[in-house]
Design a protein around this ligand. Structure first.
Ligand SMILES: [Zn+2]
Length: 398
């Protein structure tokens, strides 16, 4: 998400990156583009039929046909629009509050729910447990990846497990998740025919299973209380069907943005760049910075590059996104304070880029200010922790 080198692919904008084996040729085109690495052609008609069959089976059986995970971003907004308007589904919107979302997440989700006349719940997680969890994901050395991708890998599984478990208890048969095709593939949930891709996916899942085991042990060692729900071995709860609409329909981010703007008055959450192509929580900024400090592309960079090669996202738009992307040291400072991992992050940055690293310098300055006036810092922490949108209730049963 942030540029560490000028050596970027002229087509898909990936940066030269030895860790992920992204090399540029003399024309400035990356190895992924020269090999034209794109997903194999799909039988959209067949995939659509599978989707519609699942929906027909679930419809009208209970109070809700499905639970839909809302994040405030374009993907879940588009999915909610399609399911309610095109397929007339009776849905319950589900927003998980991990205590690190931007306020716009809740505002957007509320607007979408209202526009579509869809009841919704905000499922709040214990803030202190979430702080410990994300601090662990960022700092624990046994699960650390060069591009800091472990944060989203584990969190994504935890969120889906939470949503499917909730649906199971509410006797809602389907759970819809708006993950994009790359994310679905990385979660091992993609419908694939291609043997090579199947093999890669299986391999990835074996790695995730091993990492999950390691994470559970490491967590237990550190916190003494097991929290297996944070590190689920299976991505979803039994008895509930998990559906990813974006593996049944072509994923077209730019067209989807236009639809949700027009139909739902949806507003892009421009926290990463003035050019909107993707949203996420505040933790994205921190892992994106850590990937940058380690001279690696992040998985979001790979998603953009895949979408450019697939022809669903314009190369110019991605270039503009990077030009206008904003690291925001002040915000990063607040996040590391809120997570209580300031020293750990400073140490990490020091080991990578040394004292010249921009965030390291910023944190050093604010650390000095902290020492000079400790009470003020306490107030600052306090306000950050409570700086969250108001919730109508922890659990609103519609
Ligand atoms: Zn490329």
């Amino acid at each position: 998400m942030f540029r560490y080198t000028h050596k970027t692919c002229s087509r898909c904008h990936l940066q030269q990156d030895s860790y992920h084996k992204v090399m540029l040729n003399e024309d400035g085109v990356c190895s992924f583009c020269t090999q034209n690495l794109v997903a194999p052609k799909r039988n959209w008609e067949q995939l659509k039929n599978i989707f519609e069959e699942k929906i027909q089976q679930a419809k009208g059986k209970g109070e809700y046909d499905g639970l839909i995970m809302l994040s405030g971003g374009k993907d879940s907004a588009y999915m909610a629009h399609m399911l309610t308007r095109k397929y007339n589904m009776k849905l319950l919107g589900f927003i998980i509050d991990i205590n690190f979302e931007y306020p716009e997440t809740f505002e957007n989700a509320a607007t979408i729910a209202e526009k579509l006349d869809m009841p919704s719940v905000i499922f709040r997680q214990d803030p202190e447990l979430m702080r410990q969890y994300y601090a662990f994901l960022f700092c624990n050395k046994t699960i650390h990846q060069e591009d800091c991708g472990q944060v989203c890998t584990f969190c994504g599984r935890f969120l889906i497990q939470t949503a499917t478990d909730f649906a199971r208890r509410m006797e809602i048969p389907l759970v819809f998740s708006g993950h994009n095709p790359d994310q679905i593939f990385l979660m091992g949930e993609s419908i694939e025919d291609d043997p090579a891709r199947l093999l890669t996916m299986e391999f990835n899942m074996e790695v995730v299973a091993e990492e999950t085991e390691r994470a559970r042990k490491a967590w237990h060692q550190k916190e003494k209380t097991p929290q297996d729900r944070l590190f689920p071995s299976k991505i979803h709860a039994q008895g509930v069907e998990l559906v990813f609409p974006f593996q049944h329909f072509r994923y077209q981010p730019e067209a989807m943005i236009e639809t949700v703007k027009k139909e739902l008055d949806w507003v892009p959450i421009k926290r990463f760049s003035k050019t909107y192509i993707a949203s996420g929580c505040s933790l994205v900024k921190l892992w994106a910075y850590l990937a940058y400090s380690n001279n690696t592309n992040s998985y979001v960079d790979f998603e953009f590059s895949n979408q450019v090669r697939e022809g669903v996202l314009s190369s110019d738009k991605v270039a503009q996104f990077y030009e206008q992307s904003d690291k925001g040291y002040e915000e990063l400072d607040e996040i590391v304070m809120k997570l209580g991992i300031r020293n750990e992050i400073m140490q990490m940055l020091l080991e990578r880029k040394g004292e010249k690293d921009g965030l390291y310098q910023y944190l050093t300055q604010t650390a000095h200010a902290t020492q000079a006036s400790p009470p003020e810092v306490q107030t600052h922490t306090q306000s950050t922790l409570t700086n969250r949108p108001p919730h109508k209730s922890d659990f609103f049963n519609p």
